[in-house]
Write a protein that binds this ligand. Structure first.
Ligand code: SF4
Length: 349
């Protein structure tokens, strides 16, 4: 993979004409504001992120405000974005910045990488965009552009290939306009060299892009070698409803799936709902209404969910500590809920 000359100037010239310049995090580019946008944008489209970003910035305009917030409140602002470890790490990192770094981001990529949830590419994006530091990124978009431009013949997830791509990314990073270049590479990947429909005819890199001459640029980046199908798991989720119409939510443990979020009591697929509730909460079940089952897919397995709504006869449940809590329906929807739980509750009449 021999680097070519004149790469960054072409990308920057294209950016000046076609790049995105009015995204909310492109105003007042402080490290804090860029950081939040970068974390939100991981695995999530720009259009989805924008309303979340505005709301988050209104509630937590500074790193101190985020550090002071309750985790529940932070998770509630994240509810629907998924990958909740991102929000928990961000909250931890904010506390660390306030307690150990006097609320200032470190100066170097290595320093920023010490914060929870921030890897090399995100650290470089924060520092280059907010402070003009000459630090290259290698996020999914940039990997795609470089893998195509050089027709990289191996899967970029392999360490050796990844290291070679970091070398290319470093080589192409210019010494001036570092923030614009970072933004330009992200935009090029997101809007032109897209996953399924690269627009080579209007790309500033077309003249020497090696994937373009293969007639099928989408074969790059080379796919990950196939693994066995994802495992499948099944659970039942219970919407316990009392006579006031309140719902019972259960706080998840802080680690594992949906860590720290409010969820619904869960039981194994083969268990009897009535017996389970009578034994777990020492109460009588009045009516059980099965709700529509559906599949939720995580990155590493499929989860088949069978929800039921259970009307209970009295509200004096025996509950362990503050793990369970009754919420009015409106309050419940304002908590940090996993997306499938939110959709079950939203569909109850
Ligand atoms: S020429 Fe096509 S494949 Fe190559 S970088 Fe541009 S859009 Fe991507």
């Amino acid at each position: 993979m021999q680097p070519v000359e004149n790469f960054a100037p072409r990308v920057l010239a294209w950016f000046d004409e076609h790049g995105r310049k009015s995204l909310p995090w492109q105003e007042n580019k402080t490290p804090y504001r860029v950081w939040i946008s970068e974390i939100m944008l991981q695995q999530t489209q720009v259009t989805t992120v924008i309303p979340y970003y505005h709301k988050f910035m209104t509630s937590f305009p500074t790193v101190e405000a985020l550090a002071d917030a309750e985790q529940d409140d932070v998770l509630a602002h994240w509810s629907g974005l998924g990958y909740y470890a991102r929000a928990r790490n961000m909250h931890k990192a904010a506390k660390m910045l306030v307690d150990e770094f006097d609320s200032e981001f470190p100066e170097t990529v290595e320093g920023v990488c010490e914060l929870p949830g921030i890897g090399r590419s995100t650290a470089a994006a924060i520092l280059s965009i907010s402070r003009g530091v000459q630090a290259a990124i290698l996020d999914g978009n940039v990997k795609r552009v470089l893998a195509r431009f050089h027709a990289v013949p191996t899967w970029p997830g392999e360490k050796k290939t990844e290291n070679a791509m970091w070398d290319l990314a470093d080589y192409y990073m210019p010494s001036e306009r570092c923030g614009d270049y970072t933004q330009a590479m992200m935009d090029l990947g997101a809007t032109l060299c897209t996953r399924s429909k690269p627009q080579c005819l209007i790309c500033p890199l077309q003249s020497d892009c090696q994937a373009r001459v293969t007639q099928d640029p989408t074969q790059f980046p080379i796919r990950k070698p196939k693994k066995a199908a994802k495992p499948e798991k099944s659970i039942q989720l219970l919407v316990l409803t009392n006579q006031q119409g309140q719902w019972l939510l259960e706080k998840r443990p802080s680690t594992g799936i949906w860590g720290g979020l409010w969820s619904l009591p869960e039981l194994a697929p083969e268990e009897s709902v009535v017996l389970h509730i009578e034994q777990r909460f020492a109460t009588q079940v009045a009516v059980v209404t099965p709700l529509s089952s559906f599949r939720h897919t995580f990155s590493h397995y499929h989860l088949d969910i069978s929800p039921s709504q259970i009307q209970i006869a009295d509200t004096k449940l025996v509950m362990e500590g503050d793990k369970y809590q009754w919420f009015s329906q409106q309050d419940a929807m304002e908590q940090g809920l996993p997306a499938p739980v939110r959709s079950i509750l939203a569909n109850i009449n």
